[in-house]
Design a protein around this ligand. Structure first.
Ligand SMILES: Cc1cc2nc3c(=O)[nH]c(=O)nc-3n(C[C@H](O)[C@H](O)[C@H](O)COP(=O)(O)OP(=O)(O)OC[C@H]3O[C@@H](n4cnc5c(N)ncnc54)[C@H](O)[C@@H]3O)c2cc1C
Length: 401
């Protein structure tokens, strides 16, 4: 049988486009063009040099990507599906690019939008939506990761100010952020006292050292937040945030986007690998003619299609809920989506790397870069294991944490 001249893409197989509106398709096409023309030609170098392309922030802002799902304050007010499609295109480029946008919009801006005073929203959100002010979200600490209730950073009341002590670790955008949303306990109190503070760069006692030599998310700036007697006025405390519920709400907001993003990384690996296998000749024929190779591709395509449908299903549910037309998305549903899609993408990246043979270890091909990136995505925003425990608890009523 003659080979088909035009291989069917994963998107063609899923026919996802048939489920999308004109608006959704338009937004997807815009971000796809931006990533392929403006970002992909640079990513190899950026990854090698461990550098995030901050110069692209105004273009990301012009596409409405910063705080995209928020309304007012210069934000685009997009639906969950529109935002998810954009993030998928970004992570087709690199998880570092998507992480920048997720942290800026879904963690830092969302935290201010949901829990900030009107004055705080006016002061920060429009500048953040324009990409002129970069934000970061500081929850994790050297000794507090999966169990954020154990965080040790403290806020001590001093007159009308708070004095912050502690350090945050693994904070995306920290070295380039103009404002950090820092989560701290009131001194001498427990997790129920957790508060959010907006700490601006330049505040005395506040440093953001960069973390070097990461083997993952190299095109993303990661750092620490060091708070050594850092004094902030009461006006920098988020008045609506009380207890762990507040930072967890921010993370819940971001996770569905990560599910979309991971599938973008998987598609990038898959498409480039199919292209390679159709060209690469061994034993006198293209490797794509080999049954074992086709079986691997079919397994991967099936998983990518299922992951896309999962993201779309839960995002539509979230959009109906936002319009008051359906039940709210349960945290367990978001856990299911993040856990499944990220593990799927990691497995796809690893299998694609193998199918590329030795060439698969080169930066020239995206599989190994995505594979390394996805190791971080597997760990952040709730590790794979923590989401397993969330689901296990929901399904049995028994906590195994
Ligand atoms: C590149 C990168 C960027 C990040 N960006 C941010 C950011 O912007 N802001 C922020 O606040 N944080 C950020 N993080 C931190 C991230 O959220 C944490 O790494 C994550 O929550 C896990 O914490 P940990 O690394 O301390 O691992 P630990 O909590 O120490 O866990 C280690 C291992 O033990 C497992 N484990 C933990 N508890 C249990 C249990 N009860 N049962 C079974 N297994 C368990 C975990 O799943 C994991 O496999 C980032 C991390 C990375 C790698």
């Amino acid at each position: 049988m003659a080979a088909s001249p035009e291989p069917l893409s994963v998107d063609g197989l899923s026919a996802l486009a048939a489920e999308l509106s004109e608006d959704e398709l338009g937004i997807q096409a815009q971000v796809r063009r931006f990533v392929r023309e403006r970002f992909l030609p640079r990513i190899g170098r950026l990854f090698a040099e461990e550098r995030f392309p901050l110069d692209l922030a105004p273009e990301l802002a012009a596409l409405g990507l910063l705080g995209a799902s928020l309304s007012g304050y210069g934000c685009a007010g997009l639906s969950t599906v529109q935002y998810g499609l954009m993030l998928q295109e970004l992570e087709y480029g690199d998880s570092g690019l998507r992480s920048f946008v997720s942290v800026q919009g879904s963690l830092a801006m969302y935290g201010i939008h949901a829990f900030g005073s009107e004055e705080q929203k006016q002061r920060y959100l429009p500048a953040m939506a324009r990409g002129e002010l970069i934000g970061c979200f500081g929850l994790t600490e050297p000794d507090s990761g999966s169990d954020p209730a154990s965080l040790r950073t403290t806020a001590r009341r001093s007159g009308s100010d708070y004095v912050l002590h502690g350090s945050k670790m693994w904070i995306t955008n920290a070295p380039i952020a103009g404002v950090a949303l820092v989560w701290a306990k009131l001194e001498g109190q427990g997790a129920e006292s957790i508060q959010g503070f907006l700490v601006e760069r330049g505040t005395a006692g506040f440093e953001t050292p960069r973390i070097h030599d990461k083997l993952s998310l190299r095109a993303s700036d990661t750092g620490q937040l060091v708070l050594d007697g850092c004094r902030v006025p009461e006006s920098q405390r988020l008045p609506g945030a009380q207890g762990l519920r507040a930072p967890l709400a921010c993370l819940h907001q971001a996770r569905l986007g990560i599910s979309w993003g991971a599938t973008g990384a998987a598609k990038a690996c898959f498409e480039s690998t199919v292209q390679y296998l159709c060209q690469r000749q061994q034993f006198g024929v293209p490797l794509a003619q080999k049954q074992l190779v086709q079986a691997a591709l079919v397994d991967m395509a099936s998983e990518i299609v299922k992951a896309d449908l999962l993201s779309l299903h839960f995002s539509r549910q979230q959009d109906r809920a936002r319009q008051g037309a359906g039940p709210r998305l349960r945290p367990e549903q978001v856990s299911l989506c993040k856990r499944n899609n990220v593990a799927m993408a990691l497995e796809v990246a690893r299998r694609c790397r193998g199918l590329l043979g030795a060439n698969g270890i080169l930066l020239e091909y995206p599989a190994m870069r995505h594979l390394m990136n996805l190791e971080s995505v597997y760990t952040y925003e709730g590790t794979h294991e923590i989401h397993t425990l969330v689901l296990g608890k929901a399904l049995t009523g028994q906590s195994a944490f």
